[in-house]
Design a protein around this ligand. Structure first.
Ligand SMILES: [Fe+2]
Length: 287
C-alpha cells in the first residue's frame, strides 16, 4: 500500500456540527488520528489539572489504595524523593476527568468513528490514567517505543478502539510529543513477536491487526527509530488526540529537563466487553 502521509495533524473544533463531524470522520479513517481543539472549557481543564495533581500527591503520600498507582524513586541512591508517573483509575478520583470523558461533544466524535455502541473502559485494566511524563523518569511510557495499542491484547474481542488523550500541558520538542505514522492503522500489523512487557504472545493471538489485509511496507521498529512517513503531533493545553488502536505511534522524550508533560489517557471500545481472554486485557498494559 503506498504511503500517503498527512503533512500535519488535522484539527477540528470547538464546534463539531454535522459537516465538521463528516470531515473529522473522513480524516480519522484516512489517517488514524485527529485532534479535537477547544471542546473543553478552560475551567474544566483547570479543575482536571488540580484534581489530577492532588491524586498524584495522594499516591506519592500513600494515602490511596495500591489500585490507583505506585511510586518510584527519583534518586535511587537516596531513596528519599518519591514520584508517581501514573495515577490509574483517575476517573474514580477526579470528577473533572469523568466529566470530560463523557462529554457530549467528545461522544459525538467517538460514536462517529466507533459506532453508537462504543463503551468507555472505566473499571477494567487501568481505567483512565493520569500520566506525568518527565525526562529521565518516564517509567513505562518512554520505554514502549513504536507500537499499536492492539498489540497489547491481540487475543481479545474488545477491538477496535479509539484512545483519547486530554492534554493538560501543551506538547513540543521541549517536553516531548506523540509520533504517529498516518495511515498505518490500515496495515495488517503483526502481533508483536517481542511483547512490550516481555510477556510471551499468547497462542490465541490473531496474527495481525489492522483494517486491511495489506502487509506493512516495512517492519515496525522495536524502539524509537525514524519511520518513513511519520509526523509529530504537537498539542495545545485542552487538546484531545483521538488515535486508533491499530495506529503505529510512539512518544518522543523531552529535550528540556525542566519541563513536564501531563495528560489523561483512556479509551472507548467497539468490540465485546469481556470474553475468555479478558484476563490478558487486565494484565497487559499498553499506555
Ligand atoms: Fe499506545
Amino acid at each position: 500500500m503506498p504511503l500517503r502521509p498527512a503533512a500535519a495533524a488535522a484539527v477540528f473544533g470547538p464546534v463539531l456540527d454535522e459537516a465538521t463531524l463528516d470531515a473529522m470522520e473522513l480524516c480519522y479513517h484516512e489517517n488514524g488520528f485527529v485532534i479535537l481543539r477547544g471542546i473543553f472549557a478552560e475551567e474544566l481543564m483547570d479543575r482536571m489539572e488540580a484534581e489530577c495533581v492532588e491524586a498524584q500527591r495522594q499516591v506519592i503520600a500513600r494515602e490511596l489504595p495500591e489500585r490507583y498507582g505506585s511510586t518510584v524513586f527519583l534518586d535511587d541512591a537516596a531513596k528519599a524523593d518519591r514520584f508517581a508517573n501514573y495515577v490509574e483509575f483517575i476517573n474514580e478520583l477526579s470528577p473533572a476527568v469523568l466529566e470530560a470523558a463523557t462529554d457530549s461533544v467528545l461522544l459525538d466524535a467517538l460514536r462517529r468513528v466507533l459506532g453508537e455502541s462504543a463503551w468507555l473502559r472505566a473499571s477494567t485494566q487501568f481505567g483512565i490514567v493520569y500520566q506525568d511524563a518527565r525526562p529521565g523518569r518516564e517509567s513505562g511510557y518512554s520505554r514502549i517505543g513504536w507500537h499499536s495499542d492492539w498489540q497489547a491484547g491481540p487475543s481479545l474481542a474488545v477491538w477496535p478502539s479509539t484512545a483519547f488523550t486530554f492534554h493538560i500541558d501543551a506538547t513540543s520538542p521541549a517536553n516531548g510529543f506523540l509520533r504517529v505514522v498516518p495511515g498505518s492503522h490500515r496495515w495488517a500489523t503483526p502481533a508483536p513477536y517481542r511483547n512490550i512487557n516481555n510477556i510471551e504472545v499468547p497462542a490465541t493471538a490473531k496474527p495481525t491487526g489492522g483494517y486491511t489485509e495489506a502487509a506493512p511496507p516495512f517492519e515496525m521498529p522495536l524502539r524509537f527509530e525514524a519511520v518513513l512517513g511519520e509526523i509529530p503531533v504537537y498539542t495545545e493545553r485542552g487538546d484531545v488526540i483521538l488515535h486508533d488502536c491499530y495506529l503505529w505511534h510512539s512518544a518522543a522524550r523531552a529535550t528540556d529537563e525542566s519541563t513536564t508533560r501531563r495528560h489523561v489517557r483512556g479509551g472507548y471500545f467497539a468490540g465485546d466487553r469481556g470474553g475468555e481472554h479478558a484476563e490478558e486485557f487486565l494484565k497487559n498494559a499498553a499506555r
